[in-house]
Design a protein around this ligand. Structure first.
Ligand SMILES: [Zn+2]
Length: 317
């Protein structure tokens, strides 16, 4: 008996184990289905997590986060273009599903301890649709030899040809992040940072996103989704293929299963990465970049990602 107990204790204290405060494991798709069924017309949802202080003092003062200037962009280019070691290919785990909204593509970011193939196998076992591991050089991914409008340095667009949010009457595409996630996910401070990127406007909202003509809402959730991945981002294409994102169904889901210690990084890093996907960025080939395809330590936007994003949105569509 004593030996058996000892073995059990060893298993449950492995690094990366679920935190006691994370609650019961939930399925992210079921969470979203509940949201769709229960949300009010203003985008609010009673199932939102306790936001703590971030809902009381969101960083909505955009004057404190001015757009990057051309000079600042040039400095970022110069600082990051120097001898960054680039991997030969990036790896991305996706689930693709045809729904009433169009075609959805969900990208999962593997947690430490899971290779992309291991994560894909787990997602298939969970019944996720059309799970695939996309390598940058393979068909359907972003080629390392992509056209210049699909890459900048080690930064990559979501797809090539690019995927993008439409302007819909605004000078810059207007994206509102409707946050339903818990207090430990710093969405309120990450959104204004992404808003510093030229040519696309990002706004933070807590559990409220009433209709505004030409803008759209990207819902951000957290929950204990179990082991395997740190965050996932879902984007829809009304046309059934890459190109303009559909206004419906875009979401980011941040996994409470892993705390900062378990991922060897921070929840700021995870949040920044997933929101980068939601704006149209794919995986970076440089291990020091926040959009790197595997775990990394970057806490800011990364030098080449703002340049890449500003390029995507430099034209009105
Ligand atoms: Zn990712």
């Amino acid at each position: 008996m004593a030996t058996a107990t000892s073995i059990v204790l060893t298993v449950v204290t492995l690094p990366g184990a679920a935190q006691a405060s994370a609650g019961a494991i939930i399925d992210p798709d079921q969470q979203y289905a509940s949201f769709l069924a229960e949300k009010k017309t203003d985008g609010s949802w009673a199932g939102s997590a306790d936001p703590g202080a971030k809902a009381k003092a969101p960083a909505t003062d955009l004057a404190a986060y001015p757009k990057l200037t051309d000079k600042q962009m040039d400095a970022m280019r110069a600082a990051t273009a120097k001898a960054e070691p680039a991997d030969a290919e990036a790896v991305t785990v996706q689930s693709v599903q045809v729904t009433s909204e169009g075609t959805s593509v969900t990208t999962y970011d593997p947690a430490p301890g899971f290779t992309p193939d291991q994560l894909a196998a787990k997602l298939r076992a969970q019944g996720k649709a059309s799970v695939r591991v996309v390598k940058s050089a393979s068909t359907g991914g972003v080629s390392t030899k992509a056209a210049s409008d699909c890459s900048y340095g080690n930064a990559r667009t979501w797809s090539c040809p690019v995927s993008f949010w439409r302007n819909q009457g605004w000078e810059d595409p207007y994206v509102r992040f409707n946050d339903h996630s818990g207090a430990s996910w710093p969405v309120s401070s990450v959104v204004p940072k992404w808003n510093t990127v030229q040519n696309i406007d990002s706004e933070y909202r807590w559990n409220s996103c009433p209709a505004v003509s030409g803008s759209r809402c990207i819902d951000v959730f957290s929950g204990n989704y179990g082991a395997g991945w740190t965050g996932r981002t879902t984007l829809y294409y009304a046309s059934g293929s890459y190109g303009a994102f559909s206004n419906s169904g875009a979401m980011v889901q941040l996994n409470d299963y892993y705390d900062s210690a378990a991922i060897g990084g921070t929840r700021n890093n995870t949040t920044t990465h997933e929101l980068g996907h939601a704006l149209g960025l794919g995986h970076n080939l440089y291990s020091g970049d926040v959009m790197y395809y595997a775990a990394n330590k970057r806490e800011d936007l990364g030098g080449q990602n703002p340049v890449m994003l500003a390029s995507i949105y430099s034209i009105t569509r």
